[in-house]
Design a protein around this ligand. Structure first.
Ligand SMILES: *[C@@H]1O[C@H](CO)[C@@H](O)[C@H](O)[C@H]1NC(C)=O
Ligand SMILES: *[C@@H]1O[C@H](CO)[C@@H](O)[C@H](O)[C@H]1NC(C)=O
Ligand SMILES: *[C@@H]1O[C@H](CO)[C@@H](O)[C@H](O)[C@H]1NC(C)=O
Ligand SMILES: *[C@@H]1O[C@H](CO)[C@@H](O)[C@H](O)[C@H]1NC(C)=O
Ligand SMILES: *[C@@H]1O[C@H](CO)[C@@H](O)[C@H](O)[C@H]1NC(C)=O
Ligand SMILES: *[C@@H]1O[C@H](CO)[C@@H](O)[C@H](O)[C@H]1NC(C)=O
Length: 454
């Protein structure tokens, strides 16, 4: 069966390469779609959100562009790369409903956010606002600015603890903005995640952005997880700055992100590493086009990634499949654990956070690399990120077009095995709840995960 599927895919791919012009027929969404990606056959990928992964056709395009640049490096770097890049920017601008003159490519969101923050000239006493759920790299950038400001810049952090509905968030956030208002210390800029990394929450940025802009606070949206996971409409949202990784949910090759800057700020934004294109005011497109001698091929995989997405059913079909799977899969896991998921449905894109059945969340074993070791080396057939939030342990699970519900059940079994072992070793707490939930899953037990003994 598997061999047959492989042969079919090989033939289909060959068919396209032979230039038959016909529409490539991709495998169906769900497990069959794994054939279109590179994952090991016995590995169940449920952590797409961390690094992304791309389909084989994107891998082919990547290598093709790498070779093309070597055939005649001058022709490529002096002329053709610029033309190709303009096409990439146009396609992405169309997808997010922005003017292509307002977007540039950067290797990653961290680079884009460094560019924005490090271009700002702060006045003494100003503050930077962010949520406590900020991604650690972005938190580091803000901390760096504060540390090197000689005491003239400070940060303001809005603490979030989930579960919390979007309505509760908005009310608490507005109250916080009212209470912290201080004309002597204006908030110059706020960094808000479109979708936070952990916990993975789709924030109501369409309501957060106007709330901030009304208060004369610039808004930088960290959309690291957004493009390809949720629709983005820059014209409707009107952020001042927006950065998103194309190598996570959009299926481009790694090292590919989009930076949008409102026209009124483009003259002030330079790449974090200044290059020969530097000018005052900034020539936005020119400065970001050539940021040094690097391989730009990952940017060039965007057209192939978008073509693949159209053939897989299009943006709406992919997003709906992944959303429904995250929501249903997360609830299935919670049912097997005897716990709950963190999000309301509207807070879910393609990732879901499920509370793990850990009896003693403060067990010292859980600090450090223990979880990673267990998952990668002792139970190595699937992986998802675990983290502690407000005193409980959670797992963030990604849904992708190559997954189906059985993958979530396998992951649940994997975590039950790990948690049961942990709970059994933990003499100080009762194990009754977990034992009950574990016994309900016997029918779904997957031998692969329990056979691994090292
Ligand atoms: C992210 O991009 C910046 C440039 O924008 C680059 O300096 C940095 O090395 C990149 N980081 C990674 C992990 O690729
Ligand atoms: C740093 O701040 C101190 C105290 O306000 C001030 O005396 C000093 O001149 C500042 N240094 C620089 C380099 O601005
Ligand atoms: C966070 O934990 C505290 C202490 O266990 C609890 O009282 C509170 O309800 C939790 N918050 C949320 C949002 O669950
Ligand atoms: C915040 O302040 C504004 C202006 O004073 C007021 O209209 C609004 O109701 C306040 N919001 C909250 C949640 O307190
Ligand atoms: C709005 O913020 C800018 C700095 O970002 C400042 O120059 C300007 O004076 C502020 N406007 C008001 C009305 O506070
Ligand atoms: C994006 O927003 C604009 C402005 O609100 C609207 O006219 C347009 O129809 C929206 N596009 C999509 C695809 O929703």
């Amino acid at each position: 069966m598997k061999l047959y599927a492989t042969i079919t895919v090989v033939l289909l791919v060959l068919g396209v390469h032979a230039g038959n012009g016909g529409k490539r027929q991709l495998p169906a969404l769900g497990r069959p779609m794994r054939e279109a990606f590179y994952m090991d056959p016995d590995f169940v990928q449920l952590n797409h959100g961390a690094y992304g992964t791309y389909p084989k056709v994107v891998g082919d395009a990547l290598r093709e562009y790498q070779q093309r640049s070597e055939r005649n490096p001058d022709l490529w770097l002096r002329r053709d790369a610029k033309t190709e890049l303009a096409k990439v920017r146009q396609m992405l601008a169309d997808l997010v409903n922005a003017d292509s003159a307002d977007v540039v490519m950067v290797p990653n969101t961290t680079g884009g956010i460094n560019a924005v923050f490090r271009s700002l000239v702060f006045a003494a006493g100003e503050r930077i606002l962010h949520l406590s759920s900020i991604y650690n790299s972005m938190g580091s950038i803000i901390q760096y600015l504060v540390d090197y400001s000689n005491g003239s810049l400070s940060k303001l952090v809005f603490d979030v603890t989930y579960p919390m509905s979007n309505e509760d968030f908005l009310l608490a956030f507005e109250t916080f903005l009212n209470q912290t208002e201080d004309p002597a210390h204006p908030i110059r800029i706020a960094l808000i995640d479109h979708i936070t990394s952990v916990p993975s929450i789709v924030n109501p940025i369409e309501r957060i952005i106007p709330m901030l802009k009304q208060r004369n606070i610039s808004v930088l949206i960290d959309g690291a997880h957004a493009i390809g996971q949720v629709p983005i409409n820059i014209t409707a949202l009107q952020p001042d700055y927006y950065v998103t990784n194309c190598h996570k949910w959009l299926y481009a090759a790694r090292g590919c992100a989009l930076l949008y800057v409102d026209k009124k700020y483009q003259g002030e934004v330079h790449p974090a590493q200044i290059n020969s294109g530097y000018s005052q005011p900034a020539n936005f497109q020119n400065e970001f086009f050539w940021t040094g001698t690097m391989d730009y091929s990952s940017y060039m995989t965007v057209p192939t990634a978008l073509q693949f997405r159209r053939e897989a059913g299009g943006e709406d079909v992919i997003m709906k499949y992944n959303h429904d799977l995250a929501y249903n899969g997360g609830r299935r896991m919670a049912e097997l654990f005897g716990t709950s998921i963190m999000q309301d449905e509207e807070q879910i894109g393609s990732m879901v956070d499920v509370r793990l059945p850990v009896n003693n969340p403060d067990d010292s074993k859980l600090d450090g690399e223990w979880w990673i070791d267990e998952q990668l080396y002792r139970h190595p057939n699937t992986f998802s990120s675990v983290y502690k939030h407000n005193g409980s342990w959670w797992v963030r699970v990604s849904a992708q077009i190559y997954n189906d519900l059985s993958d979530f059940e396998l992951s649940a079994q994997h975590f039950l095995d790990i948690c049961n072992e942990l709970n059994m070793n933990d003499q100080t707490t009762t194990t009754s709840t977990t034992t009950t939930s574990a016994s309900t899953t016997t029918d779904n037990s997957n031998s692969a995960s329990s056979n691994v003994i090292m």
